[in-house]
Design a protein around this ligand. Sequence first.
Ligand SMILES: Nc1nc2c(ncn2[C@@H]2O[C@H](COP(=O)(O)OP(=O)(O)OP(=O)(O)O)[C@@H](O)[C@H]2O)c(=O)[nH]1
Ligand SMILES: *[C@@H]1O[C@H](CO)[C@@H](O)[C@H](O)[C@H]1NC(C)=O
Ligand SMILES: *[C@@H]1O[C@H](CO)[C@@H](O)[C@H](O)[C@H]1NC(C)=O
Ligand SMILES: *[C@@H]1O[C@H](CO)[C@@H](O)[C@H](O)[C@H]1NC(C)=O
Ligand SMILES: *[C@@H]1O[C@H](CO)[C@@H](O)[C@H](O)[C@H]1NC(C)=O
Ligand SMILES: *[C@@H]1O[C@H](CO)[C@@H](O)[C@H](O)[C@H]1NC(C)=O
Ligand SMILES: *[C@@H]1O[C@H](CO)[C@@H](O)[C@H](O)[C@H]1NC(C)=O
Ligand SMILES: *[C@@H]1O[C@H](CO)[C@@H](O)[C@H](O)[C@H]1NC(C)=O
Ligand SMILES: *[C@@H]1O[C@H](CO)[C@@H](O)[C@H](O)[C@H]1NC(C)=O
Ligand SMILES: *[C@@H]1O[C@H](CO)[C@@H](O)[C@H](O)[C@H]1NC(C)=O
Ligand SMILES: *[C@@H]1O[C@H](CO)[C@@H](O)[C@H](O)[C@H]1NC(C)=O
Ligand SMILES: *[C@@H]1O[C@H](CO)[C@@H](O)[C@H](O)[C@H]1NC(C)=O
Ligand SMILES: [Mg+2]
Length: 457
Amino acid sequence: MPKPHILYILWSFIILSLLRLQLNTGRLTRIQELETNTENLKNENYTKYMNPEFDKVYINYVKKHNKIIANLLASSNNSSELPKVVVVRPDMHSGFGNRMPGIICGFLYSLISDRLFFIDGYQNFDNYFEKDFDHNWDTVSYLYRGSTAKDLHVNETINNFTLVTRGNFSSEEINSYDILRVHTWDYVCAPLSSNPYYKEWFNKIIPDYRIFTTISLRLLRLHPDLKSQVEEYANNNFSDYNIGIHLRERKTKNDTNSLMIPIGHYYEAVRMLMLEVKNKNVSIFVAADTTDGRNKLVNLLSEEFKSNNIYHNNNNSVKIIHSEDNMDLNNTITWENSGTEAGAIIDLKLLGLCDDLVLTYASSFGFLAAGWSHKASRQRGLLIINPIKKVWTDNLQVIDKVWMWGAISSEPCMYMSKLLITNEDEETTRIFKSNPLWIHYSQCHYPIEPYKKSKKS
Ligand SMILES: Nc1nc2c(ncn2[C@@H]2O[C@H](COP(=O)(O)OP(=O)(O)OP(=O)(O)O)[C@@H](O)[C@H]2O)c(=O)[nH]1
Ligand SMILES: *[C@@H]1O[C@H](CO)[C@@H](O)[C@H](O)[C@H]1NC(C)=O
Ligand SMILES: *[C@@H]1O[C@H](CO)[C@@H](O)[C@H](O)[C@H]1NC(C)=O
Ligand SMILES: *[C@@H]1O[C@H](CO)[C@@H](O)[C@H](O)[C@H]1NC(C)=O
Ligand SMILES: *[C@@H]1O[C@H](CO)[C@@H](O)[C@H](O)[C@H]1NC(C)=O
Ligand SMILES: *[C@@H]1O[C@H](CO)[C@@H](O)[C@H](O)[C@H]1NC(C)=O
Ligand SMILES: *[C@@H]1O[C@H](CO)[C@@H](O)[C@H](O)[C@H]1NC(C)=O
Ligand SMILES: *[C@@H]1O[C@H](CO)[C@@H](O)[C@H](O)[C@H]1NC(C)=O
Ligand SMILES: *[C@@H]1O[C@H](CO)[C@@H](O)[C@H](O)[C@H]1NC(C)=O
Ligand SMILES: *[C@@H]1O[C@H](CO)[C@@H](O)[C@H](O)[C@H]1NC(C)=O
Ligand SMILES: *[C@@H]1O[C@H](CO)[C@@H](O)[C@H](O)[C@H]1NC(C)=O
Ligand SMILES: *[C@@H]1O[C@H](CO)[C@@H](O)[C@H](O)[C@H]1NC(C)=O
Ligand SMILES: [Mg+2]
């Protein structure tokens, strides 16, 4: 009697160990696969941003998603229980700076609420990005025709910031909805990292608050064709130290109220950065939304650094570079912007490989480049230049409304945080401000005056 019992225990132990080994190796291979898939561009020791805690969460999510969807789509499965989902619908007529933040937020919501993540209506996503799982809403949307949905974000006036800042996404009420919908231009999930229900999760999984960077480097990996173009460009043109500039000129309608950033402001910021650089080969990468503006800035910088080897006796070599995108083309997907989708995404990624960034308050494109960055672990944040009104002269010696700030983080900002602070109840505002980055999140984008709702109390 005891003998077979012991044998049985031993046998079970061996089987279990084997199973565990298999599970572990399966998982390791998957992690390694993902690691080699990460964009380790240029010199990987300098450009890599890793978050192993998040990677585990991500890998488990990918497995879960693939398994559930395979079951769901299996014709033999007549389960009436549909998996709960988050669906993000990006505004394809806006640019990357306004499309990507909602996608990152939607994925974050799906992780913390244990839902599946989908993107609705991103045509040609697969031409630009590499996917680990199928998040195309078209794959399953037909199953959800009779489903209940709650809108978390609709537009600038409709956002449930109370829920994001201090609600429980697993409450019975939220759980009663099959679909949580996200439609936004903004990095509207920033207040989630203040939410008491999720503090512990963030402390464990993304303790450095580089939420956008952590998620975007996994979820939005460049398509291999674009990635190789970026790599080739960086290998050929980048130096030991790279300064990236994003010049935004075609911001709004051509009227006297629209904003502009005098090109001289970018130039001054670069001169300041260069004062610190010694004995280095430097590249200055210029991304711009107009050919004309880019040429002007390139000329200005080339003139400044024409001695090429010596700048204020700092013994640097300096070259000014830019990638070729035909900015005279009209972008057929976004309405008001020029260039191509591929050109824009290459510029974004190259900016993200730079050691320092000079951006403007007027464009979320630049903020996005900083967030989607492999240099996120650098200490210094980006330099942000304020635009001025077009009626003012762009003569730096004359105007006095010039300002610039160096950010504390590479995370994108949330321009609606001003609305949150102005319009939400005091408790929501107070909790939002418990986040160490709340000031950073709030200091961005062109200074739209927040409209006032009657403040709830
Ligand atoms: N290639 C390239 N395209 C750019 C550049 N700057 C802007 N664009 C194009 O213009 C679009 C700008 O839209 P967003 O990325 O949303 O940035 P934004 O400046 O905040 O735009 P709005 O909020 O719509 O005013 C980008 O997606 C690109 O298509 C640039 O430096 N290089
Ligand atoms: C990168 O770092 C690893 C270990 O930290 C080192 O072995 C390797 O040589 C480094 N590679 C480069 C290109 O510096
Ligand atoms: C059917 O799909 C649901 C949702 O993915 C899953 O929970 C369930 O186990 C599946 N049932 C079968 C028999 O595969
Ligand atoms: C699923 O439903 C269809 C019809 O709705 C039925 O023909 C089929 O037998 C069901 N399959 C299972 C496994 O219950
Ligand atoms: C926001 O969406 C609501 C509902 O669709 C609509 O009534 C409202 O006009 C929109 N507001 C803005 C500023 O677009
Ligand atoms: C936000 O969501 C919470 C939880 O679902 C709900 O109680 C509240 O009414 C919502 N607020 C708004 C303004 O929709
Ligand atoms: C959120 O609500 C659910 C359902 O009531 C509960 O089980 C869960 O513990 C709550 N989450 C936290 C972090 O309190
Ligand atoms: C940058 O590299 C590309 C190859 O990727 C090359 O064609 C181009 O001339 C280089 N540009 C500059 C300004 O050095
Ligand atoms: C904007 O308007 C000014 C004055 O009306 C004009 O001189 C200028 O060419 C216009 N710029 C563009 C880009 O249309
Ligand atoms: C800059 O690059 C040149 C050749 O590419 C090299 O000879 C020189 O040593 C480099 N200077 C520094 C400071 O790295
Ligand atoms: C300037 O750089 C060269 C090589 O990059 C180096 O040999 C030389 O010592 C440097 N000069 C000074 C003054 O640092
Ligand atoms: C691009 O669009 C503008 C209007 O938005 C138009 O004036 C211009 O001719 C277009 N250019 C091309 C090359 O189609
Ligand atoms: Mg924008």
